[in-house]
Design a binder for this molecule. Structure first.
Ligand SMILES: C=C1C=NC(C(F)(F)F)=NC1=N
Ligand SMILES: [Mg+2]
Length: 217
């Protein structure tokens, strides 16, 4: 995975789209230029079994049409069964080194990290990128920790400049720049795109904000 693919990392589950058809929202986000997509199916109405497998295949096919990496959150079996490009795990989703051994080097492995120690462990386990946050307050993750700002990103970036970081948590077009300025290669969002009236436009504007922050002047 090259770090440019982390620029605008859209994350969504079937329950995040304010009642709209999730595949239609994903298609709009892809048309708007998101550079990576993660299927994160969580919460009370989460799809399971065959409906989830069908939804995941639909997401995978859309991402392939746009040449965008398709990442599955948490669920290694679903990621492998769907032929996903990668898997994203949190600290509670198993041992990263063990998971890297199980998926091999052909799949992208993303790991959530909340401090430099977790960043070090993820790096030695062979993570391709770190997800760090929540940078700002978020409503998408009920059990999220307190907003940490961008300090963690700055400290992880200075400790491990070779390990790409994507910021997460309450990020929108109007507060994305500080995340990039802190050293992240990109920003990940759920609501900013999935809840937008026009997800395609929201994706396009977010991509422009990130592009300007990555190449100021
Ligand atoms: C909890 C999460 C933290 N970070 C990320 C990502 F943005 F992909 F790195 N995804 C998650 N699901
Ligand atoms: Mg998890």
């Amino acid at each position: 995975m090259n770090r440019e693919q982390l620029a605008v990392y859209f994350i969504m589950g079937s329950g995040n789209t304010a009642g709209r058809d999730p595949l239609a929202v994903l298609g709009s986000a892809l048309r708007g230029g998101v550079t990576c997509f993660q299927l994160r199916e969580k919460g009370p109405g989460a799809l399971k079994g065959e409906p989830l497998a069908d939804f995941a295949a639909g997401c995978r096919d859309l991402c392939r049409q746009y040449g965008v990496p398709f990442i599955v959150n948490d669920d290694l079996e679903l990621a492998v069964a769907t032929g996903a490009d990668g898997l994203h795990i949190g600290q509670e989703d198993g041992n990263a080194a063990e998971i890297r051994r199980r998926i091999g080097n052909r799949m992208i492995l993303g790991v959530s990290a909340h401090d430099v120690n977790e960043a070090a462990a993820a790096r030695s386990a062979g993570a391709d990128y770190l997800g760090m946050g929540p940078v700002y307050g978020t409503r998408s993750k009920p059990d999220a920790r307190a907003a940490s700002g961008t300090e963690l990103i700055t400290s992880a970036k200075s400790a491990y400049p070779d390990l790409p970081i994507v910021g997460i948590g309450g990020i929108r077009e109007d507060n994305a720049a500080p995340v990039i300025e802190a050293g992240a290669s990109g920003v990940s969002v759920i609501s900013a795109i999935a809840h937008a009236g026009d997800p395609e436009r929201a994706a396009r504007e977010l991509r422009q904000a990130v592009r300007e922050a990555l190449e100021p002047g």
